[in-house]
Design a protein around this ligand. Sequence first.
Ligand SMILES: [Zn+2]
Length: 461
Amino acid sequence: MTIRISFLIGIALLCHSTLVAEDNLTWQAGVASAKVTPETPMWMAGYASRNKPSEGTLQDLFVKALALQDDDGKRLVIITCDLISVPRPIRDDLEKAVKEKCNLPPEGLLINCSHTHCGPEIRTTRWSLDGLPPQRLKQANDYVTRLQSTLVKLVESALSDLAPSRISYCRARCGLAMNRRTPSATGFRNFPNPDGPVDHDVPVLKVESPEGKLRAILFGYACHNTTLGIFEFCGDYAGYAQAYLEAAHPEATAMFVMGCGGDQNPYPRRTIELAQQHGRSLANAVETALETQARPITASLRTAYDTATVKYQTAPTKSELQKKAESNDKYDRIHAERLLRQLESDGKLREKYDCPVQVVRLGEQVTLVALPGETVVDYSLRLKNELSNIDGSGPAVWVAGYSNDVFAYVPSRRVLLEGGYEAGGAMRYMTTVLQHGPFKPDVEERIVTKVHELYRALANQ
Ligand SMILES: [Zn+2]
């Protein structure tokens, strides 16, 4: 009898929770968008070899925000940017401003960048401003100041746009990304590798009014925005994909979220037509996702944000750096000179870095993980595998890279041990955070452990 009663109570609870789930589909959502194309020519980001400022605009660049609020008033603002990077000072400045002005907590703010290589340079730190001629320095500072105030207003307008909305998740696939690390006799080189890992998922969050009017399309893809290296501003394939989707759905804002595309390139490359074709291909994948049976998301939001500490391998000695500072290679020489100055002023080179990790759960239907840095594809493949139920009945897992602090390439253990550009070779070009060399091989474990820790904390909320 006892068993029977508890069985009946169980059935009653199940019915109750099903009813609650069906009733609880109304979110508050708000959308905002702002143009951030520089108004005058300025130096561009992405390729160290650029030797002159921009020469016009092929396509405007935007920052966009999607604000979500659940039944309990808990909020999340996702910002996407047609820009090379999100340096930590930009995130910190915005985090502080929107906490004061909008009472948005740090865990409720997610900033992702498309990593377009045809955007303005974004210089915010001592070493990224080091050695710039006065006019370029002023231009870089002015751009960042304008960007910071634009981002604050963007968050405010997205929050003031909150209105009842339904949110659902769907997905498709797109094949334009290919692994760009090819083994050769002299190590891994940047070259299309059809045998390397890829993540062709196109996750989509569809935001509609209660009447079914499409308000926003948030979509992701894991691939560098490097079809182009021209001297005109352009969002590359992600810019075109957003433009095509907004042309097809004039009342909706399309927002691109960069995935773990640190070791992925669009192929073929190098012409505007190809950037447009890749954009069309990705936009078509999003349209296909929108045609599938989308999974409605219940209006319950949980967010967690913390830092994972990653460590660097043993730093070079002063005499090793002095030797390197004599190098004929310009990039090696400048890198060594800066490290020598860092050593002199700080007394040591960097031993660790605290990088932000964010986990968001939208209802029981979607888990969104936002990782820092130029994250390689192994992270999204691993986390989707580890956080999804094996039968696929659990929450969909969406892994974004290039979020909240793009401070370095973030290799997996595999990529780190293989070596090459993404494993640490790129550090000589990077100045936002001056770093002497590769991370320790446990970099992946440290970041993934933090993701699991936050995921478990949210499960208990
Ligand atoms: Zn990159």
